[in-house]
Design a protein around this ligand. Structure first.
Ligand code: UDP
Ligand code: MN
Length: 293
């Protein structure tokens, strides 16, 4: 082989490695079933605002026991960044409405502070959200909103979150697993659980701290999750990540029509932050031991 052939060969092999590397690090913008994955720059907000103007949006959140402390920053940040210019109704469930500080809201925005009984275990409080959602999306919401967004309360909005997130059924990729391979996803692997997903299956690992959809779709999703939780309880088992495991099972069989990138749930403690330029909805760091007991 001549020196020239060596150089050409070397260049070709380097290119192949570079392409393989880029493919692994590439951020997907489309699911295999052709649903968009929402990253900054993939949409034109002016067009979406024209399409969705006048839509009424609900924001559902639980703030029970010590988590009441997160509610004011959550709501204040939502006033700054969440669906600005739209009619927004907050459905905030708490065990102590009197302990919730007053907040002033923008025009067209309403806060419903609703009572919920506090369960003893934090896992039960977290899962109780599905049961409450089943009823809320059946009885009240069909008359009040077009889309419902559901969120953890230990979060703050940190940048624009608007109608680009609306769709029939929308879920967010877990920010800790967006580069992970299928078998690294933390699905429930116990065949006895209603949330079971076998190895080799699955699309994404979604985080149940931010999702949404039409009232009808959230009714179907919460009904599935609640039924699975009850069935597991009867067998004296609990899915590894509680309602999030059932949520992932539902979304495996009922593909979301839109997927949100980790811009929509970020935690500054996570690696690969250089790939996520916008941090629209950020986890508030908490002492798990302290706040859950
Ligand atoms: N939650 C609550 N009180 C509790 C435990 C949980 O209100 O004592 C609600 C709250 O909305 C919280 C959500 O359940 O954001 C999920 O729990 P957590 O945020 O602790 O789960 P993590 O995000 O740490 O997995
Ligand atoms: Mn949380």
């Amino acid at each position: 082989m001549t020196a020239k052939q060596w150089i050409v060969g070397f260049l070709i092999v380097s290119m192949i490695f570079l392409l393989l590397f880029l493919q692994k690090a590439a951020l997907k913008v489309l699911t295999p079933w052709l649903a968009p994955i929402i990253w900054d720059g993939t949409y034109d907000l002016r067009i979406l605002n024209n399409q969705l103007k006048g839509k009424r949006i609900g924001l559902f959140v639980f703030a029970v026991k010590k988590y009441i402390r997160f509610l004011l920053p959550f709501l204040e940040s939502a006033e700054q960044h969440f669906m600005v210019g739209y009619n927004v109704t907050y459905y905030a469930f708490t065990d102590n409405t009197a302990a919730v500080p007053k907040i002033s809201l923008g025009a067209g925005r309403i806060l419903n502070l609703l009572e919920v009984e506090a369960d003893k275990r934090w896992q039960d409080i977290s899962m109780k959200r599905m049961q409450i959602l089943v009823n809320l999306t059946h009885d009240r919401l069909p008359k009040e909103v077009d889309y419902l967004v559901c969120a953890d309360v230990d979060m703050v909005f940190n940048d624009h979150v608007g109608v680009e997130i609306l769709g029939d059924l929308v879920a967010t990729i877990h920010p800790g697993l967006f580069l992970a391979q299928r078998d690294e996803f933390t699905y429930d692997r116990n065949p006895e659980s209603a949330a079971y997903i076998p190895y080799g299956e699955g699309d994404f690992y979604y985080m149940a701290a931010f999702y949404g959809g039409t009232v009808e779709e959230i009714n179907k999703l919460s009904t599935f999750c609640h039924k699975g939780i009850v069935a597991d309880k009867k067998k004296n088992i609990e899915a590894v990540w509680q309602e999030e495991s059932h949520f992932n099972k539902y979304l495996f069989y009922n593909k979301p029509t839109k997927v949100l990138s980790p811009e929509y749930i970020w935690d500054t403690n996570l690696p690969n932050g250089d790939l996520v330029k916008k941090r629209r909805f950020l986890a508030v760091h908490k002492n798990h031991e302290e706040v859950r007991n």
